[in-house]
Design a protein around this ligand. Structure first.
Ligand SMILES: NC(=O)c1ccc[n+]([C@@H]2O[C@H](COP(=O)([O-])OP(=O)(O)OC[C@H]3O[C@@H](n4cnc5c(N)ncnc54)[C@H](OP(=O)(O)O)[C@@H]3O)[C@@H](O)[C@H]2O)c1
Length: 244
């Protein structure tokens, strides 16, 4: 299989770090990003810091971070084949307590980060006549959970799902595919030590692992015919729950 160049945002932790590791182990070039330089440098070392790896620290909500990511991919490896828009934040707060600053945090990082990083990469993909954008969404966009007041992050994620379909339509005929992988509850630092308490949300009665998501991201990246899809990787949470 042809060696490709993958850009992964939010790769200093959790799902993004595993996605980066997975592509590296399969022999691809990877450019990693996260907002906190120190954490990103530690991840760079942890992933081996080899010739197939590069890093760009920066906040994805600024378009110039995306532009630096793409420039690094092209200068160092000659192309930007796959963008994984993984950087994201999630917190809960009751709807009536959400003020504008709080809402903006989620719109900035999750939605604008995905929007502008994609805007930065598409011109390069158009030049290549080839490219894949994979967004990270959530099945909670159309699956309510009482007791999880997440109107702010879910508004931003819902917009990412819509953006996926729209961009798939806008660029599909030019061989650029855009998809969303929507993880169920995955054991990552985002949940602290509480992941397993949510096992019953999934029909498999356990939480997912970061490898489960990395495998799907890899499959979507390497397929030729998946486009405009929202793919739940959620242990059956979308279909039902375990009451234990
Ligand atoms: N874990 C789950 O159960 C779950 C379920 C559904 C969807 N997701 C989604 O999966 C993605 C990854 O989640 P995770 O669980 O792996 O979270 P995580 O362990 O908290 O990692 C989040 C990553 O995003 C980076 N990040 C945050 N804000 C950023 C910004 N403005 N610019 C650049 N990087 C930024 C963080 O880096 P710094 O700390 O260096 O900024 C970190 O590398 C998110 O989009 C999340 O919404 C997760």
């Amino acid at each position: 299989m042809k060696r490709q160049t993958i850009i992964v945002t939010g790769a200093s932790s959790g799902i993004g770090k595993e996605v980066a590791r997975y592509f590296l182990e399969k022999g691809d070039n990877v450019v990693i990003n996260s907002a906190t330089k120190r954490k990103l440098e530690e991840t760079y070392e942890e992933l081996g810091g080899g010739p197939n790896l590069a890093m760009v620290a920066g906040d994805v909500s600024h378009k110039h971070t995306g532009e630096r990511l793409i420039a690094t991919a092209v200068e160092k490896f000659g192309s930007a084949d796959v963008l994984v828009n993984n950087a994201g934040i999630f917190e809960t707060r009751p709807f009536l307590e959400v003020d504008e600053d709080y809402l903006d945090r989620f719109l900035r990082t999750n939605l604008k980060g995905t929007f502008f990083t994609t805007q930065a990469v598409i011109p390069q993909m158009l030049k290549q006549r080839d490219g894949v954008v994979i967004n990270i969404g959530t099945p909670l966009v159309n699956h309510g959970l009482g007791g999880v007041p997440a109107s702010a992050p879910l508004s931003s994620k819902g917009a990412i799902h819509s953006l996926t379909v729209q961009l798939a339509a806008e660029f599909g005929s030019r061989n650029i595919r855009v998809n969303t992988v929507a993880p169920g509850t995955i054991r990552t630092p985002m949940h602290g030590a509480h992941s397993d308490s949510m096992a019953g949300l999934a029909l498999v009665n356990r939480v997912g692992e970061v490898q489960d998501i990395a495998e799907m991201v890899y499959t979507v990246a390497k397929s030729n015919f998946i486009n405009g899809a929202i793919i739940n990787v959620d242990g059956g949470m979308g279909a039902g729950h375990n009451l234990n």
